[in-house]
Design a protein around this ligand. Structure first.
Ligand SMILES: [Zn+2]
Length: 465
């Protein structure tokens, strides 16, 4: 018998597995930033005249010598390119012959094909692992369908119910969008006459202050956020499909919806309105009836007989769920990027916020970022000597859920603001003082108020003291 408690634990495990996948994906995009920087610098050094590169410098015909870098990048691509990859490579190669500026974009395009190829590999591996692990998990408490049947669900070409765009197509659309944005960034930089300094300060700004502008690292961060969401959502969809196989195999009549911690209003409403009939087209599924990134689960429900779900309740359920999906549809029409919007939470001011994950990890024990800070605190003579990082004792998910659900429009007008979670959330540390357990946090915003991270704040508001 699967209990709600078992499923909540299972969700915790899945979230930690998602986080591991997130790190793998982030690493690829971080490497990509360095790769693109070296490509642009190399081309700049070959074509700049007196330290400035203008569109005129790049209009001449492309010679064999100019093709060396492109050739090198091409040779680094894996041999087993798929059709969608090969088509793009061919297109970049053809367009590279028009002018040096097209050659530069083609080089970047080819480099990014290698990047997206690696990302696809990780998501594919993640999908298969999701299916394998879900099968083994369900098998412990339920009669198992044939393993071969479940394994098919992990394949790229498996058609998930109601999912419109296959993940691989979506990933390549994101790739095209990423290249377009970089193309625009470089073109507008060239119009003003690009200097070596511009590459460092405008195309690849190192600090968060200048990250508010459109630039290459920001573009790659956006792509990595999108890839992480895709990986998580695809894994969840496949796990849900394996669950469906088990429910059918066990002739289970009804299922309950188990929400993840800090679930949104939509998922909470779905859960409250359960149980639902297995196999019914109107019964909700994950993630298509909830939202991308949803980590809720379905478990067999204990219902005595068909009458267990009475008519009045069913009508209520239908009302709630259809009401939600209607408002969902309305929201979607306002946005072209429909599938990626978390519609219900979108009403909240906090749902627009993007977590600066690297900065945030400094305040969680066990991360590389935290360990680096501790090391510099312990390095004699370093500027951070003696400054140990404050850290959270709640999970990052809980922290993020609280912030996005409780932040107000007024908070967001400031560079930073304080919040109180009403229970101990971390340890506030300053040099020379005793460590203090605190329930307060300070949320720091980027200049454009789009990205944030939080730190434990002093337990008492000092202004009043
Ligand atoms: Zn959910």
């Amino acid at each position: 018998m699967t209990t709600v408690k078992d499923e909540k634990q299972r969700i915790d495990y899945l979230l930690s597995r998602d986080n591991t996948t997130d790190r793998e994906l982030e690493k690829i995009y971080l490497e990509a930033v360095n790769l693109l920087r070296s490509i642009i610098s190399e081309e700049f050094n070959s074509y700049a005249v007196d330290g400035v590169l203008t569109p005129q410098d790049l209009t001449r015909r492309v010679t064999k010598k100019d093709m060396v870098l492109l050739k090198k990048l091409y040779d680094q691509l894996p041999d087993n390119l798929e059709l969608s990859e090969q088509q793009r490579v061919n297109y970049y190669l053809a367009s590279s012959q028009t002018s040096l500026s097209r050659l530069l974009i083609a080089s970047i395009g080819i480099a990014l094909v290698g990047v997206t190829h690696k990302v696809a590999k990780i998501i594919r591996k993640n999908n298969k692992r999701a299916v394998r692990e879900e099968y083994n998990y369900r098998r412990r408490s339920m009669r198992a369908p044939r393993r071969g049947k479940a394994n098919q669900i992990g394949e790229d070409n498996y058609e998930l119910p109601k999912m419109a765009v296959p993940w691989l197509d979506r990933l390549w659309l994101d790739h095209d969008q990423m290249l377009n944005r970089i193309d625009n960034q470089i073109t507008s930089m060239l119009k003003q006459g690009m200097r070596a300094q511009d590459i460092a300060e405008k195309l690849f700004p190192g600090n968060a202050e200048s990250m508010r502008k459109d630039n290459i690292p920001e573009t790659l961060i956006n792509a990595s956020v999108s890839a992480k969401r895709l990986a998580r959502t695809e894994a969840a969809a496949r796990e849900d499909e394996v669950s469906e196989l088990f429910l059918i195999k066990n002739k289970t009549k009804y299922f309950d919806w188990v929400t993840e911690r800090g679930a949104c209003r939509r998922c909470t409403a779905i859960a409250l309105a359960g149980p639902y009939k297995v196999g019914d087209i109107n019964s909700p599924r994950i993630p298509i009836d909830s939202h991308p990134n949803c980590r809720c689960r379905r478990i067999p429900a204990e219902v005595e007989a068909d009458e267990g779900v009475d008519r009045g309740k069913k009508a209520l359920v239908a009302g709630i769920v259809s009401g939600i999906s209607r408002s969902n549809k309305d929201d979607n029409q306002e946005n072209s990027d429909t599938n990626d919007k978390i519609t219900v939470t979108k009403e909240k001011p906090g749902s627009r916020l993007i977590l600066k994950e690297g900065r945030q990890r400094i305040h969680f024990k066990g991360t590389k970022e935290y360990n680096d800070r501790v090391r510099s605190a312990e390095t004699p003579g370093s500027k951070r000597e003696g400054w140990y990082p404050s850290y959270f004792t709640i999970s990052q998910d809980e922290l993020v859920d609280f912030i996005i659900n409780n932040v107000t429009e007024k908070d967001l007008a400031n560079r930073y603001f304080f919040m109180n979670l009403g229970k101990p959330v971390g340890v506030y540390i300053t040099k020379g003082n005793k460590d203090q357990i605190t329930s307060r946090i300070k949320v720091l915003m980027t200049d454009d108020r789009k990205m944030y991270h939080a730190v434990p704040a002093p337990p008492k508001d000092r202004k009043k003291g």
